[in-house]
Design a protein around this ligand. Structure first.
Ligand code: BES
Ligand code: MN
Ligand code: ZN
Length: 458
């Protein structure tokens, strides 16, 4: 997988048509001003106007900057420009590099199932180092493509295959524990949630290790929820809630994209990427409401609702992360519908009790335009996780109401106590189609996390 045109961004501007970034007070030639007026082009942010020459052929374009050019608005450019090579005029330095990345993010199209894929525009950015930008855009594209791919073609085995490719090309190690071997290797919760799936879609724990022999380097663990389809299990989801549940492996897609990026950038860290890949399916062997699950940590969990499956599988892989004594653990999970009720689809809740990590994440998020919003691990809601006949329940008591918070508190019981831990309850989906932002899979908090890691360790 990986969908980006290899020359999406280039340094060589030979033959490129200019896109001039202009504000409302643009100094246009007489002919341009007339053409702009005839087309209602005012220089408003995001507006595009193609410029014809005397013979009617394209000579360039104007792109509206509004009051002040926001480089992130270039995400719409790749969707609006006709195919061919273009170059930005009127944008220099850091803004040019940010605009180039935004352009590359906006160029993502999910055309795997289109018999005639469309070709898009490309951008020349002389003086900008394009490879690191392409790596970031490709990480986001991988994540989005994995999320967009229907569950039938993105099962646990496909996630494993992608993880193997990533590990192999980085010279990392990979181990995969599948099916009943999960019981022997002590991943009882992952097994319980995933065992109802068809045999060729058996549950698995995927672990990538990189630089592990360099014990003087800090260890970063990335943990992802990989529920390839969430029917809700026996407490089945209603149709509308199930429709988009191919995206419930979004957390795993995020940590694989982010992990690949960390290795490509050769950040001086030891890296562990952990994914629990399961299908929350229905069969005679499915785990049931009322069942008590064991966990890798030894805590028992009373299953109040089989639809709260993400926290069950994450419990085991977070415990596994703990065994590496990480200095920093980040987990990504499409964990609750409540996260979206709290903050909507564009703003993922970030949970951590580490003040420095919170500040670092939020400032990186702001600087790269990949927003996160801190939410509290409110201790007052911990009693909502107490169970009648086991140590914990997976469906928090109704009085606590804040479903994303109580889910995060549940994970906290299993998260590493060495080092810092942050959890992102992502939506992994853009429901609002607009140029450069197609409806579908979305990487959230990935670029922010990478920026934070780069600032900390790079
Ligand atoms: N994968 C869902 C959460 C989800 C739903 C994420 C919609 C994004 C969009 C998760 O497994 C789930 O079903 N959570 C339940 C938990 C509840 C049963 C305690 C939820 O949020 O309703
Ligand atoms: Mn669920
Ligand atoms: Zn789920």
């Amino acid at each position: 997988m990986s969908v980006l045109h290899p020359d999406l961004l280039t340094a060589d501007a030979k033959g490129a048509l200019p896109v001039r970034v202009v504000g409302r007070d643009a100094a246009l030639s007489g002919a341009e001003a007339a053409w702009a007026a005839a087309n209602d082009f005012t220089g408003k942010a995001g507006q595009l106007l193609l410029l014809p020459g005397a013979d009617g052929a394209l000579t360039g374009a104007l792109f509206g900057a509004g009051e002040r050019f926001d480089p992130l608005s270039a995400r719409a450019l790749s969707a609006k420009l006709p195919p061919g090579l273009w170059r930005l005029e009127g944008v220099e330095g850091e803004a040019a590099s940010q605009a180039a990345l935004a352009f590359a993010l906006g160029a993502y199209r999910f055309d795997r199932y289109k018999t005639k894929p469309a070709t898009g525009a490309r951008l020349a950015v002389p003086g900008v180092e394009v490879q690191p930008l392409l790596d970031i855009a490709a990480a986001c594209a991988l994540t989005r493509e994995m999320v967009d791919t229907p569950a039938a073609d993105m099962g646990p085995l496909q996630i494993e295959t992608i993880a193997r490719e990533i590990a192999e090309s980085a010279g990392a190690t990979i181990s995969v524990i599948t099916g009943d071997a999960l019981l022997d290797e002590n991943y009882p919760s992952v097994h319980a949630v995933g065992r109802a799936a068809a045999p060729h879609r058996a549950p698995r724990v995927i672990e990538i290790g990189w630089n592990l022999e360099k014990t003087d380097l800090p260890l970063v663990a990335l943990v992802g929820k990989g529920v390839v389809f969430d029917t809700g299990g026996l407490d089945l989801k209603p149709a509308a809630g199930m429709r988009n549940m191919k995206k419930d492996m979004g957390g795993s897609a995020h940590v694989l994209g982010l992990g690949r990026l960390v290795m490509q950038a050769k950040l001086p860290v030891r890296l562990v990427v952990l994914v629990a890949a399961v299908e929350n399916a229905v069969s005679g062997d499915a785990f049931r409401p009322g069942d008590i699950l064991n966990t890798r940590k030894g805590l028992t969990i009373e299953v109040g609702n089989t639809d709260a499956e993400g926290r069950l599988i994450l419990a085991d892989v977070l415990t596994r992360a703990t065994e590496h004594n990480p200095d920093l653990t980040l987990d990504f999970a499409t964990l609750t519908g409540a996260a979206r009720m709290a903050l909507g689809p564009e703003l993922p809740p970030l949970y951590t009790d580490d003040e420095v990590l919170a500040a670092d994440m939020l400032s990186a998020a702001k600087d790269v335009g990949d927003p996160l919003w801190r939410m509290p691990l409110w201790p007052g809601y911990k009693p909502a996780l107490e169970a009648e006949i086991a140590d914990l329940r997976n469906d928090p008591a109704a009085w606590a109401q804040a479903g994303s918070v109580t889910a995060a508190l549940f994970l906290q019981k299993f998260a590493p106590e060495t080092g810092a831990w942050a959890h992102m309850d992502i939506f992994a989906w853009n429901p609002r189609a607009r140029p450069g932002w197609p409806e579908g899979g979305e990487a959230q908090g990935l670029r922010a996390s990478f920026e934070m890691l780069r600032r900390r360790f790079g």
